[in-house]
Design a protein around this ligand. Structure first.
Ligand code: ATP
Ligand code: MG
Length: 395
């Protein structure tokens, strides 16, 4: 199958929503429309599942690549619309019978329009008998070579052979906004992906140590944000020069606490930016005990300075699981390009694994933390990153 004229997107979680269902559906349809911008879309509707009708055949690979960025779609299915009656369905199947190659087959009908005069079982039986007579293939309901799926919806009958998994989750923009602390490593882009998958819109903040280290991480982070923005159309990125603040922490505070103190400063600056952008939570790529700074004690000491939730979508994952998420998100390839993170700049020999808030506060007495947070916020360079599919199609 090279080109398609109809595609159906199945929804799972969205369809379980009660009173809010219409609102979730409208958000999903808007996201589907913007993912397909520039393609000849005639209509997008949601009679039961999401139905996209194109005014002319479009390449399936392009459509799939785009819809795979739309959270809320659980399955993405290239379908044929066969009309509105059983007779039309049967005629269509008859005309395409020579395409069914295999010894055995099964018909599986799902009827979401209960006004349709036949039940699913009746469609299965009648179409099964017809295909058997036409092609000589035998029915095998357990392990068929060919499966003919029929969807009976209020807007018509659809036929398909294969369904492809979608990204799942909830439509972007239905769960509020978050600010992701994005480092350029493998983890934080995966965390951003999972936060967006739960329906948030993500904005980003990145700290770099230029002029003390190269600013190569900035270009990398921009590429990552550009890529992640495919899920939501536009996002903001704040790039914060952090080197001077780190220098002062190094000069005035105990070496063992450095990393936790860096993080606390990052969090203070990040939440100022978050408030300005009306983000309701911060997101990090931390995973419990992955490295010395990510012990429960250190996370607690870091979170003490936060006045908003700090979400850690990767908290229970091991590295292999995180890599699998990054691969699914498509960020892995970008993340493994070499870069120098600001936290490896002036890294202590033996970072503390069991910091306490009190120890951090005592160390920070030497700094004017609020002045630093303000300065970091003001020195941030903000870029608005837009993604337009018609300018950069898939592949
Ligand atoms: P990552 O793979 O995301 O770099 P990591 O496993 O290297 O994570 P750390 O370096 O301990 O872990 O960073 C933990 C989290 O702190 C990151 O996932 C990210 O959310 C945040 N963070 C670290 N460095 C930066 C940075 N330079 N700018 C913004 N956020 C950062
Ligand atoms: Mg890192």
């Amino acid at each position: 199958m090279e080109r398609v004229t109809h595609v159906i997107g199945t929804v799972h979680e969205v369809s379980l929503k009660g009173a809010n269902r219409g609102w979730f559906e409208r958000a999903l349809l808007a996201n589907v429309r913007s993912a397909l911008r520039g393609l000849p879309v005639a209509e997008v509707s949601i009679p039961a599942r999401v139905v996209v009708r194109f005014s002319e055949p479009v390449p399936w690979g392009e459509v799939f690549g785009r819809l795979f960025t739309v959270f809320g779609l659980n399955g993405i299915i290239p379908v044929e619309r066969t009309g509105t009656t059983y007779d039309q369905l049967e005629r269509f199947v008859g005309e395409h019978a020579d395409e069914f190659q295999g010894k055995t087959f099964a018909v599986r009908c799902k009827r979401s329009d209960k006004r349709f005069p036949m039940t699913s079982v009746e469609v299965n039986r009648r179409l099964g008998a017809f295909v058997n007579e036409r092609t000589g293939m035998a029915v095998d309901l357990e392990n068929p070579d060919v499966t003919l799926h029929v969807l009976v919806q209020s807007d018509g009958l659809y036929l398909f052979r294969d369904r492809y998994p979608g990204p799942g989750g909830l439509p972007a923009g239905t769960s509020g906004r978050v600010l992701v602390l994005l480092s350029g490593g493998i983890d934080s882009p995966a965390a951003a992906y999972l936060a967006m998958k739960r329906g948030t819109r993500a904005h980003y903040v990145h700290f770099h140590s230029a002029p003390y280290t190269s600013d190569a991480s900035v270009g990398k982070v921009e590429r990552l944000v550009r890529f992640l923005t495919r899920h939501q159309g536009a996002s903001r990125l704040a790039v914060v020069p952090f080197g001077d603040c780190q220098r002062e922490i190094v000069a005035l505070c105990p070496e063992r606490l450095r990393v936790v103190l860096y993080r606390r400063m990052m969090l203070r600056a990040a939440q100022r930016i978050a408030r300005r952008w009306r983000c309701e939570a911060l997101v990090t790529g931390e995973s419990l005990n992955q490295v010395a700074s990510q012990t429960l004690e250190n996370m607690a000491a870091i979170d003490r300075v936060a006045h908003m939730p700090v979400l850690r979508p990767l908290v229970g994952m091991d590295k292999q699981e995180i890599i699998a998420v990054a691969e699914r998100a498509g960020t892995y390839e970008l993340s493994i390009l070499p870069h120098q993170d600001c936290c490896s700049f002036l890294q202590p020999q033996h970072p503390a694994t069991r910091t306490t808030p009190a120890a951090c506060e005592e160390a920070e007495a030497a700094l004017d933390v609020e002045a630093w947070a303000r300065r970091l916020q003001h020195e941030a360079t903000v870029t608005v990153i837009q993604h337009r599919w018609d300018e950069s199609p898939t592949g």
